[in-house]
Design a protein around this ligand. Structure first.
Ligand SMILES: [Zn+2]
Length: 199
């Protein structure tokens, strides 16, 4: 799945993994099992999938959503980019409180057909939980249980938090207040990306 909302291809490990699962590849089925129980897919697998994707789609710019999430992933990404003779321009850090995370997760809906994610607080979908893109059913995600959330928060603190200083040292870290509504956050992200895009 590729979206081009910034004029350049955007992907996430989730989108790549969902595609593998939909295709029924052994890798896709194995990783679906892992994420369903709140675990993270191994760095080795994620990095391989990202490198394959970059070679296919990354020639004239790219945006990763939710990658890298760990220091080893970030270091592997640096090696991949070096091989491809390119570099990151920007690392956007969305700062959100734990309460914001809880509120949003408890309201999150996802399309069973195409993976589109929205919120049940979005009135339009609360009344009629049907995907605007493929007419699939919008349902609560399997991995949204409280215990899974706790595991995710712990993994964030131990594995993802160190990335802030990693990218700060490279002078490409930009922090954005992610507690605001999605339009305000999206506008901020778009502005940052446009400032870095070649004219
Ligand atoms: Zn859909």
């Amino acid at each position: 799945m590729i979206t081009r909302q910034f004029g350049i291809p955007v992907t996430s490990p989730g989108a790549i993994l969902r595609r593998e699962k939909d295709l029924g590849t052994p890798l896709g089925l194995e990783t679906a099992e892992t994420t369903q129980h709140g675990g993270l897919v191994s760095d080795k697998i994620i990095v391989q999938l990202i490198e394959d994707w970059l070679r296919l789609h990354g020639a004239s710019g790219f945006v990763f959503d939710g990658f890298p999430r760990t220091l080893p992933q970030a270091e592997s990404l640096e090696s991949i980019l070096k091989r491809l003779r390119t570099a990151l321009d920007l690392a956007i850090w969305l700062e959100v409180s734990e309460q914001t995370v809880r509120d949003r997760i408890s309201a999150r809906l996802q399309c069973g057909g195409c993976g589109f994610t929205t919120s049940s607080s979005s009135a339009k979908f609360a009344e009629r939980p049907i995907c605007p893109y493929c007419d699939g059913p919008l349902v609560r995600r399997m991995d949204d249980d409280a215990s899974v959330l706790q595991t995710r928060l712990q993994e964030f603190n131990s594995k993802t938090q160190p990335l802030a200083s990693f990218y700060d040292k490279m002078s490409i870290l930009h922090k954005i207040d992610g507690n605001r509504d999605r339009d305000a956050v999206f506008a901020d992200i778009s502005r940052r990306i446009e400032q870095k895009s070649p004219a």
